[in-house]
Write a protein that binds this ligand. Structure first.
Ligand code: NOJ
Length: 521
């Protein structure tokens, strides 16, 4: 064990090994699907090939290289447009149940208007899906992972309510063309992030700095768009395609900075996760009441004539409510939270009255926003279960960033501690988690951080024109988890290359389903 600790320190500069060596063994429930994820702009490359139109990330990275680490872009990225068969082969080796990837909207509909449909773009995804299915891997398709056609941005993008129609036209084409072979769809990935950083703060494409009005408008249109796509699927495709469809919400965990600060924890949740979740998953629908009150009060204090939070008509409230077959949860990290007095000139993220900080003892990753806090994962799963009547939760992203190599012991340690926290939420708290997804299959273009941080289970050499892929230790470790469906208390080998046990019989499996020990995180 001492040598493992040494390796952990050696390969991870700042990382402190967490609870990997805790004395317990947990089984992965038989009906919990395991997968890995990517997104089109982050891996595909081929930005202007075979009729693809320009999208907002093409435009943003080409015209603002100074705002992206090292001036990089996704022109080639992992070159998955040409190397998708290799990617599927890696997924096959990993043994995943499903692969979550996203469609590049402008590859299919170059301008955003459906008068022109690019068959070559459609064929790329058809081939990818066929390749996956041939290997027994379910495709899990995200319709919108932050890249829409640039032309639609010229028309206002997510600040124009017409986006609801434009994305619905696109979704209908995807359902018609790809839906017969796809059982899992996500509508929109992490609205908070692209609305906040892309429209509010100008950190991500399309680089608009519209502040609070921009982000509130964007989120409002996203909710309408999501619900409309859901209803299209429900009414026109579900009967034949029999798939599931939902939205993906980034929920940061919250732990009280001071004991008993439960109000801060709840307030943080209502302004973070619930902004999108409450209108869809709550019994009443609409934005959380506390959010409506706070935004109205703060807008008034800041001199606005009305609340910056737009209102839904009763018809929209009803139309949005219940539009998800699962709760798509992206979770990476947590914050300490406390209630603070109002400051002058607040931004939307301070309207909650909650201040975020981190515990300096929480281990770091290569991303400043990502600290290792597995207990926060368990808490957020519990909170979602409690707030929304225990919906099926699909963890659609969870992962760790570093800056190096294939000997990624830090990633193994992170994944171990987070999967353990999730299993405890299932076994001890009765939460209904049905899927878990590692972000990411491959090292890839991490938005404004470029290629400077790596999230992959597979190392990609970005200086090699062939974009050579090399499995990391974490890939072997995850492969073993998938094969054995057991989360071991210790890592028997730092490479993660454990022997898969022989297939167990039904009675044996039934016996094993109990938790052997239940030490908490
Ligand atoms: C969430 C996003 O969906 C994904 O695109 C991103 O790379 C990861 N978080 C890591 O930052």
């Amino acid at each position: 064990m001492a040598s493992y600790l040494f390796l952990g320190v050696a390969v991870s500069f700042t990382f402190i090994v967490t609870d990997v060596f805790a004395n317990d063994t947990l089984l992965i429930p038989e009906d919990l699907l395991l997968g890995a994820a990517t997104a089109s702009y982050q891996i595909e490359g081929a930005w202007n090939e075979d009729g693809k139109g320009e999208n907002i990330w093409d435009r943003w990275t080409h015209s603002n290289p100074n705002l992206i680490n090292n001036g990089s872009n996704g022109d080639v990225a992992c070159d998955s447009y040409h190397k998708y068969k290799e990617d599927v082969q890696l997924l096959n080796e990993l043994g995943v149940n499903f692969y979550r990837f996203s469609i590049s909207w402008s590859r299919i509909i170059p301008s955003g208007y459906t008068n022109v449909i690019n068959e070559k773009g459609l064929n790329y995804y058809k081939n990818l899906i066929n390749e996956l299915l041939a290997k027994g891997i379910e495709p899990f398709v995200t319709l919108y992972h932050w890249s829409h056609p640039q032309f639609l941005e010229e028309m206002g993008g997510w600040t124009n309510e017409m986006m609801v129609e434009w994305i619905s036209d696109y979704a209908r084409i995807i359902f018609k063309e790809l839906g017969p072979k796809v059982k899992y769809f996500a509508t929109i990935n992490e609205p908070h992030v692209f609305c906040g950083e892309g429209y509010g703060m100008g950190l991500k494409a399309p680089g608009k700095k519209l502040g609070s009005p921009g982000i509130f408008e964007c989120m409002h249109n996203v909710l309408k768009a999501h619900a409309t796509i859901y209803h299209i699927y429900n009414e026109e495709f579900r009967e034949h395609q029999k798939g599931k469809i939902g939205i993906i919400i980034p929920c940061t965990g919250a732990l009280p900075k001071n004991p008993n600060e439960t109000e801060a924890v709840d307030m943080h949740f209502q302004f973070n996760c619930a902004w999108i979740a409450h209108p869809i998953f709550s019994k009443t629908g609409d934005y959380p009441t506390i959010m409506k009150i706070h935004v109205a009060e703060n807008s008034k204090l800041d001199g606005f004539p009305r609340s910056l939070l737009p209102e839904f008509t009763p018809e929209w409230v009803q139309y949005i409510k219940g539009t998800s077959d699962f709760f798509g949860l992206n979770h990476y990290s947590s914050k300490l939270v406390e209630i603070v007095p109002r400051a002058e000139g607040q931004k939307w993220y301070a309207y909650s009255g909650v201040k975020e900080s981190v515990d300096p003892s929480w281990p770091k990753s290569a991303s400043p926003w990502l600290r290792v806090v597995p207990s926060g994962f368990r808490e957020i799963i519990k909170k979602i279960a409690r707030e929304y009547n225990n919906p099926p939760i699909y963890v659609t992203e969870n992962g760790f960033s570093d800056k190096c190599c294939t000997s990624d012991y830090s990633r193994i340690s992170y994944l171990h501690s987070y999967i353990k926290a999730m299993l405890l939420a299932i076994y001890e708290d009765g939460c209904n988690v049905k899927a878990y997804t590692v972000w990411s299959l491959l090292d890839n273009f991490e938005w404004e951080s470029g290629y400077s941080v790596r999230f992959g289970l597979v190392y990609v050499n970005f200086t090699d024109s062939n974009r050579t892929r090399t499995p990391k230790w974490s890939m072997n470790w995850y492969k073993n988890i998938i094969a054995t469906r057991i989360l071991n208390s210790t890592l028997d080998s730092p490479t993660g290359m454990l022997e898969a046990p022989k297939k167990r019989g039904t009675s044996e499996r039934r016996r094993e389903r109990r938790i052997r020990t239940t030490t908490s995180t």
